[in-house]
Design a protein around this ligand. Structure first.
Ligand SMILES: [Zn+2]
Length: 138
């Protein structure tokens, strides 16, 4: 099982290098798992397949990073926040959203704009790529 999990992570990062953001799709119930895991969390099926996600998503909650806990490696991201992301394929997880400021957050909350559309992007970190999200401006 441990070897299988390592392989999932490895393939995920290799695909990011190719510019593809991959999840795992369950052929039994159609649920998409992201970040990718082997077993389907919806129906428990152990046989899932690689599936390129569209990157279209919604941000349900906005948590501004505390100044003191800001990780130095995130500095290059510019303004960002954490939040609950829901992919159009259905997966929900916590992610990083760029372009979010305190002012923007306040405005979105006051105007009742949540969930707000976001789009996945591949971000180069020290030595490897990761997935972040960008606010989709209307
Ligand atoms: Zn399933």
């Amino acid at each position: 099982m441990a070897i299988k999990l390592e392989k999932v992570t490895e393939t995920f990062y290799l695909k990011l290098e190719e510019g593809k953001i991959m999840g795992r799709k369950c052929p039994k119930c159609g649920a998409v798992e992201f970040p990718p895991v082997y077993a389907c969390n919806t129906c428990g099926n152990l046989e899932t397949e690689w599936y390129e996600i569209s990157g279209n998503a919604k941000m349900h909650s906005i948590v501004m990073p505390a100044a003191l806990s800001s990780k130095p490696e995130y500095k290059a991201l510019g303004k960002y926040a954490y939040g609950e992301i829901e992919l159009e394929e259905g997966s929900r997880f916590n992610g990083v959203v760029r372009g979010m400021t305190k002012k923007k957050r306040k405005q979105l909350l006051e105007e009742g704009k949540l969930p707000v559309p976001v789009k996945a992007a591949i971000y180069q970190r020290d030595g490897y790529k990761t997935v972040v999200f960008d606010l989709v401006e209307e």
